[in-house]
Each structure stands twice: as structure tokens, then as C-alpha cells.
Design a protein around this ligand. Sequence first.
Ligand code: GCB
Length: 604
Amino acid sequence: LSTCQGLYPKDSPSRLLKDLDGIWHFKIDDSLSRNEGFDKEWYLKPLNDTILMPVPASYNDITQDHKIRDFLGWAWYDRNFWVPGSWLDGKTRVVLRFESAYYYTIVWVNGKQVMTHDGGHLPFEADIAEHLEEGQPNRVTVAVNNTLTAKTLPVGSVTYHNGEEYPPNYFTFTGDFDFFNYAGIQRSVKLYTTPKAYISDISVVTELEEDGSASVAYTVMVGGVEGNNEVTYEVSLSGVKDSGTVTDGIAKGTLKITNPTLWWPWTLSSTPGAMQPFQVKITTDGVTDMYIQSVGLREITVTEDQFLINGKPFYFHGIGKHEDWDIIGKGINDALLMKDLNALLWLNASAFRATTYPFAEEMLDLADKAGIVVIGESTSVGQKSVSNFGNESLAHHLQVMKELINRDKNHPSVVLWSLANEPESSLSVAEEYFQTLVEATHTLDPTRPVSFTCNLDYNNDKVFKHMDLIMLNRYLDWYQNGGHPEVVPYALRYDLEQWRKLYKKPIMISEYGAGTIPGFHKDPPVMWTEEYQVLALSAFWPVFDEYRKSFLIGEMVWSFADFETAQSTSRTDGNHKGLLTRQRQPKLAAHVVRERFSALAEGR
Ligand code: GCB
């Protein structure tokens, strides 16, 4: 079964698009075996005893049923769709694409298995033309399983409880991460067509030259060419054109742009976010495929103490974020993405971290256009024990990086790859593991620096020696010294100095924050009040101001908005470190951070 990743579905003169979002049929397999769907081959017929379920959305919060909210195992979806006869002419690829489903997914079309995908938050697709019927409805069936193990990313575990004191077949699930294990078809599902010979991938890499021009190296991959048929191509960007013949499925070249319009973050330019159409056409046997890839021309450099975009020092003053909303969970909705972007701009954030998994490409498109910088992160969180660093984990982790880079390589907003959140980087197995990952990531993408976020001390970590820069998650007046922000300047200065003695690499504080229940007030401030959040964050700022003149390249508040987590005694209906509530309304600290970010943006 080939599951590949293609270009983001867009229509063009050679490509048609059909949306399969909407209301699907849904059921969970909570049978005793938890495997009835496979035992009884549910995919062979329309599912029965279903309820209705929106796509895209996490299924967890849609109903009033706690069994669905906390479900772990196989959830099933199906729906019918029609295709026009013209799509089944034998000369057209009809591609079924999922922008993501969580976590392990199997897809059938008219009862035939067409693809599987391992891991959430990244797209997968397959040409299903041969399985489609004309003149009658076609059925797509999806089984998706959110069970996590020691070898999945994120890491999780299931514990079975036997004995009279428990209900029959009782088990509990623990995810080694701080967000709710939302599941289902969480992003869009689409059908799109291409000609048989088609553009399968496009990438552009920009280098800025001394004379102010830009060299844009492009690579276009072509799939589906039959025999020795000749394929010609044409590309154009900013009025500069190139053309030639495709060799072994690849067209490559460099466009020299003399007066390039560069992509800038909004903090470095008054005309940020310049995206330009890179038009690609390939033709064989008189049939043309065309795709327009949006690109932004910019270059990243990391020195001993600076992070440069187009040669200018960039400071990450921003926020770590989740995809997390009321009702739709980790589902995607344009209005909510737009609201988040507007809130980020209101906060004057120069950057956000797509924390602990790849965010929807739709959000990266918005960040590209607004000139907000993004830290892209893999799905790794909870790699804490030796059993999480075996070959199986590594193979999956490499695959995640490959799919992530393949999807996001043309987004200028994405400037840095984070390989993991808070792995146990004190383990020797972790060192070897991450060394392999860094090397592979640099090979896949030589243009972006690589790091990970770390919550350990300078004398415990074994992994940063292999990274391009250092990212530290620090809760110096929350998990440590809770209630005592006066410790922060000492602890933080000491911490930064120790790291700097070890490595001549730039450092970013990739998380710092304090839990805050909106509406809790107290003066003098105590933990959980809105006043304490202001105090807890601002305690870091004098030290940030001292070091941002040298090697500190960023300060990232945790977190953008309150978000859902597993139920526990340390989380009051979710994590409340948000500057905003889950409904995106500001807490007191949001106003104060906004002022600081405005000053930082103005270079004060
Ligand atoms: C962290 C984690 C993040 C948590 C945060 C917290 O260090 O990286 O996923 O949500 O702390 O609030 O505990």
C-alpha cells in the first residue's frame, strides 16, 4: 500500500477539487474484544448503528456521552460521495487526501483498503481512481485509533485493571504529555484530480547574494510518466521564467531575481509577509498539469549569538500555542484560526511555537501572509524512558520529520525545526538517537536550524551539543520556587551563564509561565491569580533585557490560551497558563505582555 504525501490540494486549470468535509456517520468500537469492526469487516458495508459526526473535528466533545469523550480505541467513520464520469476516463488521477487523522488510520473505498497512516497531525493521500464507480454513490470508510504506546509519538500507555474492585474490562490511559488526547478526523478531507503525469512536489530555496539579488533554486518532481514519454516544464516567479525537459522525474534550476521582494517578519519590515506565486507547468503528450505554489524569499542564518532573517537579527518574542478549542477540540475551523492569528497580532507577538505537533497548514498560510514566525515541532513529547528511544521510535521519528519537512518546506514563516519537547536528554541512548535525527533533519532540510526544547539543567543534558541552538523551558516561579518570583533573576541568570559556558550557541527561553484562573484576584499576588501571572512573567524580563543584547534570541510565553488536558489533581479543567482564556479573551497578563511585545518590536 503506498501512502504518499502530495502538494496541498488546490484547483488549477488541470486540477479539480471536491470537499468531503461535512457530516459523516460515526461509531466507536467499544465491544468486549474492542476489535469487532475488523472481526466483522465493517468496511465491507455501510456502517450501522451510527451517530452523526462533523468532519473536521475531534469527536470527543461533540456529544453528551462521556464514553465518546474519553474513548480509546478504534473509532469508525463513513460517508458516500459521487464523482462525475469524466473523472473516470482512465487518464485522470483521483486523489483522496486527509490533512490529518489521529493517530493510526486505515481508509477503505468501496470496501477496498486504499491507505494507512501512522501518526497524527500530518497529511496522507492515495490515488483511488481504480476503486471508484460511475453512476452510483461511492463509500469511504475510515477506522482511526488513538491508542498510544511507548513507541508512538506522543508517548502513552494503557493499564488494565483486573479484580473485583474494578468494573469488567476496566483500563486507564495515561499520555505522557500535557494536552487532551483528542482524536478523529481532525482536519479536512478532500478529493482532487490531476492528469496521469502530474507535479508531485515543488520546493524552492532562496539564497541572497552580495549584489542584492536572490538565487532561487527550484526542484519540481513529476510522477506518473508512462514509458519514455518526453515531459517538458515551464516555471515562473516574479517575471523570471525557465523551461526545459524533465529528466528522471525531476526538473531543477535556479532563477536569478535581480530586485527580489523579500519575505520579512512584521517586526523587521513595514511590508511583511510578501508571498509570491511560483507557477509550475509540466506537459507530456499534449496534456499539461499546472500548480501554483506560494513562496516567500528569505534566508536564515544562525551565528554564535544571533538568529538572522535576511541578515537582520530576529528576536522571538512570542508564545507557545496549541490547536485547542471548545467543542471541536483539535479540529480545524477557518474562523477560529483567523481569531488566533488576530489575537497573536493584537499581542504583538513576533512568533509562535507550534507546540508538540505540526499545526494545520492553513495556519501556516496565515502566518506566512502576516509575517509571523513559526517554530515547527515534531510530534515527540513524553520520551522519558529508555524504552522510548529504540529503533522503532527512531524510525517513526525520522518518518515524522520527513513528512513534516516535506509538507512545510516552502513556508517562509517556518524558520526552525524543533525535534522534540522535553525528552529525557540526560540518557545516553537519547544522545545517539538525537544525533541521528539531527543529521537526518539537516540532510532533509539544510536551510533551517534544528533544536529541541529542554527542561533539564545544563549538567544533565547530553543532547544540545548536537543542536544549532538551545531552547529551554523554565518554570522558575511556578514548578520551582512557586509563589516566589523574587528568585527568578538569580536562578535565570545563573542558568543562562552555565549554558553559555558550555556552548557558544544562541539561547531561547522556549517556555515560561504561570497557571491563572481567570477572575481570581489577590493582592499581594498569590499563585493562580491574574496578578500572580503578571508578576511571574515580568520577573523574567530584566534578565531577558540584559541578555537579549548578547546571546538570548527569544522569550516565548507558555501559553497562548488555556487548553484542555487529561483530568488530574494538578489541572483544574485544563491547563490555565494561557494569556487568553480558552475562548480567547484576555487575562490581566495579556495586556502587560502586549505592552512589552510592542516595546520589543519597536526595538526599545
Ligand atoms: C511544560 C510542557 C508543556 C506543559 C507545560 C505546563 O514544560 O512543555 O507541554 O503544558 O510545561 O504547563 O506544565
